[in-house]
Design a protein. Structure first.
Lengths: 126, 340
């Protein structure tokens, strides 16, 4: 399983990429592998305000439906519209073209509560 | 792995889509040992089976099988089953794992004197090998391929495959050609491994469900129930029009008068698929409810079965409420896949 070192993670298998006060959010390689072939991603509308741990959408695979949670609080500034027609990008490129949403951070301090790559890998082995 | 009727079963080995495609394009196999295998013996076994099953058992010759159902007295279905005639006084029955104990209790309550019933489920195993290349691969593993080539749909033969004595039936539940192989439980892994080495892909419960929905085949607990007429499920073709059997009066009445709802297919416009219980709406009016739904790798859309009001015609546009969104779809024939 790929766990890039430059990202932050949640125990619920989201990843977070920090660029200034904007974060990009997706689900991890482990998560997409466990879900299996993804056929639909339900994403929030741009402008929606989310608190940390809020459910903001669902990922539907041929096996199951899974909620996705906001790793940090903030406002949704972009959603990956490409997934409407090509939800399989979440399987094939979970850390790249399969990203889900971009958010403007409400409180940068919340990033401290996220896991490092090592911490996330350790949580997978729990 | 999931627990299913007391067995540990894999949902998928690699990917549900890849496994479904292996069966449509090549060959895949399912360990269906959890399905229960019963043997009936006795001089009056034909009379008994005619009473407890809906299909015409007398139409079977030796080494032939048929799809059938165990009806109840009120016109519903206890289980859907396969009946094989071995000889005039010996028949084999394969029933659903989830109904194993219910079926045994039901059958024993009706059993006639002089008939022995043996449950061979734990001492045998069953592997379904399915797909356009399944038969060729099975032929390559036996010196008795001529016996297998001669089999019509639901025909059976006892042959040695990869050194394992196997009861082979030309049947399955995917809409594809292939065989269902019953062997001794102790030989099952040898047979499985030989098939795997010969190129048959292992497939799990997930792709099995995908393939049976694509093929328009019902599943007990979803499309068949104790309190639901099999006529509504579109299984009138399985049911004898000539013989009396347990519950034949209400079933014949349902055939004659029609049912308020009928099982239809739902083809989604997109890839999202409904799950059981979701509502189907036409022009703002609820017309039915989904019983099974899968993503179809063949059609690249969501597909489903739903009991739909009988006055709604095939081809009618509809929507399905999937977690609050009315997703567009069309009511279609439930046979999404037909082997060419």
């Amino acid at each position: 399983m790929s766990v890039p070192a430059d990202l932050k993670y949640t125990k619920s298998h989201e990843w977070v990429k920090v660029e200034g006060d904007t974060v990009t959010i997706g689900i991890t390689d482990h998560a997409q592998s466990e879900l299996g072939d993804i056929v639909f991603v339900d994403l929030p509308t741009v402008g929606r305000a989310l608190g940390a741990s809020d459910s903001f959408g669902t990922v539907e695979s041929v096996k199951t439906v899974s909620d996705i949670y906001a790793p940090v609080g903030g406002e949704v500034v972009a959603v990956n519209e490409t997934l409407g027609a090509q939800s399989e990008l979440v399987n094939s490129d979970p850390y790249g073209e399969g990203w889900l949403v971009k958010m403007k951070l409400a409180d940068a301090g919340e990033l401290d509560g996220l896991l490092s790559a090592e911490g996330y890998e350790a949580s997978l082995n729990d | 792995m999931v627990e299913f009727a007391g067995f540990e079963l894999p949902v998928q080995y690699k990917s549900i889509i890849a496994e479904a495609q292996a069966v449509r394009n090549g060959a895949g196999m399912f360990d269906v040992s959890h399905m229960a295998r019963l043997t009936f013996r006795g001089e009056n076994v034909l009379e008994f089976l005619e009473h407890i099953t809906v299909n015409d058992v007398a139409a079977l010759a030796d080494d032939q099988g048929q799809y059938s159902m165990l009806p109840n007295a009120t016109g519903g279905v206890v289980d859907d089953i396969i009946v094989y005639r071995i000889t005039s006084d010996t028949y084999r029955m394969v029933v659903n794992a989830a109904n194993h104990q219910k079926d045994l209790a039901h059958i024993k309550s009706l059993l006639l004197a002089g008939i022995s019933l043996t449950d061979q489920t734990s001492e045998t195993a069953m592997i379904a090998v399915q797909g356009p290349k399944a038969a060729e691969i099975v032929y390559s593993l036996t010196q008795q391929s001529e016996d297998l080539k001669a089999l019509a749909f639901f025909g059976t033969a006892t042959v040695e495959i990869a050194g394992v004595t196997t009861f082979a039936a030309r049947s399955g539940y995917t809409g594809e050609d292939g065989f269902e192989l019953i062997c001794s439980a102790s030989d099952a892994s040898a047979l499985w491994n030989a098939l795997h080495q010969a190129g048959v892909e292992p497939c799990g419960l997930g792709s099995r469900d995908t393939l049976r929905v694509e093929a328009g085949l019902p599943l007990y607990g979803h499309e068949l129930l104790d309190d639901l007429s099999p006529i509504a499920a579109g299984l009138g073709w399985v049911i004898s029009k000539t013989k009396p059997f347990l519950g034949s009066e209400p079933i014949n009445a349902a055939r004659e008068n029609g049912t308020t709802q009928k099982l239809q297919g739902i083809r989604m416009d997109g890839k999202r698929f409904p799950t059981p219980g979701m509502k189907v709406t036409v022009d703002g009016t609820e017309v039915g409810e989904v019983t099974s739904g899968v993503y179809s790798p063949l059609l690249e859309t969501g597909i489903a079965f739903a009991f739909i009001n009988s006055d709604i015609k095939l081809g009618t546009p509809c929507t399905v409420d999937i977690r609050g969104k009315h997703e567009p779809a069309t009511i279609v024939s439930k046979r999404f896949f037909k082997r060419s």
